[in-house]
Design a protein around this ligand. Sequence first.
Ligand code: FES
Length: 359
Amino acid sequence: MSRLGDEARKVFPLKGRFETDFMFVTLGVIIGGTIAANAGYRVMRKRPKPVNRDIDVVLESVNRECDDVVSLTFVRADGSDFPEWQAGAHADVFLPSGRQRQYSLCGDVNDRKHWQIAVRRLADGDGGSREIHRLRSGAQLKLRGPRNAFPFIVSDKYLFVAGGIGVTPILPMVREAAARGVDWQFVYAGRSRAALPFLDEIAALDPERVHILTDDVNGVPAAADILAYAPEGAAVYCCGPVPQITALRREFGERPGTFHFERFSALPVVDGKEFEIELVRSGKTLKVPADRTALAVLKESVPNVSYSCQQGFCGVCVQKVVEGPVDHRDRTLTAEQREESMLVCVSRAPEGACVKLDL
Ligand code: FES
């Protein structure tokens, strides 16, 4: 060390590399810790801890609600409470055959000991509803949820519209509106009274506000006639057949208020072009016409292919893409996931292209 250095040390007591400066060490720890914590935070944000929402349940009771509709009430296998849920929520149901289906929760949101769904038996469906109708009390199943793609907004005026089994997500909303004492009206439509589940409970909520329109008595109601029941500026909630929802949306147009809907069936294909899917493991090539989905075509060759919502939000129908351009039309996959997979219920390919799937 030079003499000048020694003098300087006396005036400015800086410490050299062989001594420990606690101020810098402390700063280093703070800065280093902050950087590490931030890095860790980024990692944590990238890979959130998966939440296991699978629930083992026992089917407590099955009740016939009307022609072709049964309600099923479940309790948890371990006797504990179900998670909280909001009106409009649904649960995934894993059936003994391996099928996975989604059904709206239609019971009492305040009853944490029970979850209830209702299912119409579809004679020409793919077997899921028929399997549910064969279930008996005591059956053990797995549910997953709740999830809510049909949130119930706070408003002081509502019009509820349900077509047949479309009443299931609507019913908890009507109960809540009635309990809150707000202004509501409910149009409940179907082929006949015998085809309307939960009719007695609904009619008893408030006969002045419940309007039951059946085709056999009133004819098929026009969208304008249904919307005529809406209080000015109401939030309109609608669940039912696709033609009914489409007509109501069109008629609602630019009216004051908000329009909310949920369908049970597959989305119609819009602006589709014909393309092919190749199943690389089985060596089959399938043509997907412009007006059909890849899932609809796949189901004919791979009967046990998984799916649920058919609307691009549950993710159940995801398939690994080996090669080929995909026109992603879902609301679920991340950009990273889209690099190697597609949701075959909604996503397609450009005209004439071939997408190779790991099937
Ligand atoms: S079936 Fe739900 S995203 Fe395809």
